[in-house]
Design a protein around this ligand. Structure first.
Ligand code: SF4
Length: 439
């Protein structure tokens, strides 16, 4: 959307709090209750700014618009336009009208909204990945980038609403992804995080094979790309071939984010998840044999209907045996149009929150032990900032942006700046972070 707006030639990107902002764009999430709530609060805050005359227009995009566009258009008349997830290239036309009108409007923002009175621009999803012209503009740090390899999901997890508004799985061609990776590296990225609803399903629709290993091999040839990181993998699709490719391709980070959702076989069946506790343990063993330094992140969902004390205790035991490096826990929220919505017996919210806390506490000593093993080891880290006390803040191959820990570098030279790489030695460890000194 930013790329499409800039290509229109009469847009300047400014921070949402800037007094120069004419249009506020709110990109939303809609996959669980708390995400929806956060999105609604952001929309209401934007509407308040419009009411006070601080901005002229409010545009709402993303999953919430895709999922509830019709209802929202009625409930929130102050919003000027709702754009679904495949309507991104339309953003410029919606705001500035047709191409000729845009030229006439340049450089000032003066045109009325679009050529139509409709405010809901949510479109039905297409069967192919809609390739957007190469005009991507990122709002994040230049040294790290997310790269989406596919859209949608063909799994049928009973708690999940995502396939209902993201559609069936469809992939970008290998060539398009490697080309995008080259452009990102050319613009300063040295780390690329591959994302999708199910990254491991990459290529099934286009090539009738699990083509993620092939994609990694191609990305391995991109000069200047130091880390390719895999996020959102599905456990039964972490194949021998994928593990071998990860181990053999030098720029693939020895890191795997593989949400398992549960560790009790009965719950996995209720959730309609592939695999079992024993198959997950075998997967971890294969990963650790091929890459002894691999860091594995997972996510669990507690409080799904039917989760008994016994099933939860089984999950805690599984976590203690599996010894994940990183672990996140969500509490279940019932989502309309999912089988879980009707399932019983329901677990009270308070009990689900307690279980989340218990699981996170069970993980703490495991995280600390994993970090302790790093003390005295040497590693290359990517610098991301500097704390007020002068300590550099960085990430190692074990830390995905935004969700994992930090490597704090003490006694660092003043010349080091964000985006630089540095070789360090770990000197101490905490639950989630480690402290290091420059080599
Ligand atoms: S694999 Fe992920 S996105 Fe797909 S249905 Fe399951 S939880 Fe939802």
């Amino acid at each position: 959307m930013l790329g499409a707006l800039m290509a229109s030639g009469n847009t300047e990107l400014v921070d949402a709090d800037s007094p120069d902002a004419d249009v506020l764009m709110v990109n939303t999430c809609a996959f669980i209750e708390s995400a929806k709530q956060e999105s609604i609060e952001a929309i209401l805050a934007a509407i308040r700014k419009k009411t006070h005359g601080t901005v002229k227009k409010v545009v709402v995009t993303g999953c919430l618009a895709q999922r509830y566009g019709d209802e929202l258009a009625i409930e929130l008349p102050e919003v000027d336009a709702f754009l679904g997830i495949q309507s991104a290239p339309m953003v410029s036309d919606v705001l500035f009208g047709t191409a000729s009108a845009r030229r006439a409007a340049s450089p000032a923002f003066s045109l009325p909204m679009a050529t139509t009175n409709a405010r809901n621009f949510v479109q039905p999803l297409t069967e192919k990945y809609p390739l957007i012209p190469p005009s991507r503009i990122r709002a994040t740090a230049p040294w790290t980038a997310y790269l989406k390899v596919s859209e949608g999901c063909d799994h049928v997890c009973t708690f999940c609403s995502i396939p209902s508004f993201r559609g069936r799985h469809r992939s970008k061609p290998v060539e398009a992804i490697t080309e995008e990776a080259r452009r990102l590296v050319g613009a300063g990225a040295s780390e690329i995080n591959l994302i999708a609803q199910d990254t491991t399903a990459y290529g099934m629709d286009l090539y009738q094979e699990l083509a993620l290993p092939r994609l990694l091999t191609e990305l391995g040839k991109v000069e200047g790309l130091r880390w390719v990181r895999l996020l959102y993998c599905y456990p039964t699709m972490v194949t021998e071939r994928l593990i071998k490719t990860m181990a053999d391709t030098p720029n693939v980070a020895h890191y795997l984010d593989v949400p398992l959702q549960h560790g009790d076989d009965g719950m996995l069946k209720r959730m309609k998840r592939g695999g079992s506790q024993s198959s997950y343990l075998r997967m971890l063993e294969r990963l650790r044999t091929a890459m002894p330094d691999v860091a594995v992140r997972t996510t669990f969902l507690v409080g799904f209907p039917g989760e008994t004390d016994c099933a939860f205790e089984n999950l805690v035991r599984f976590v203690q045996e599996a010894r994940f490096d990183r672990l996140g826990v969500f509490t279940y929220s019932p989502e309309e149009n999912t089988p879980g919505y009707e399932m019983t017996p329901v677990v009270p919210k308070k009990q689900a929150k307690t279980r989340r806390d218990v699981l996170m506490q069970a993980q703490q000593p495991i995280s600390l032990a994993a970090n302790d093993r790093l003390v005295n080891s040497e590693m290359s880290v990517l610098i991301e900032g500097r704390a007020a006390n002068g300590t550099l803040l960085a990430r190692s191959w074990r830390d995905a942006p935004e969700i994992d820990g930090t490597v704090r570098i003490v006694n660092a030279p003043d010349s080091a700046t964000p985006g630089d790489w540095m070789d360090v030695r770990v000197v101490s460890a905490e639950f989630y972070d480690v402290t290091a000194t420059p080599l």
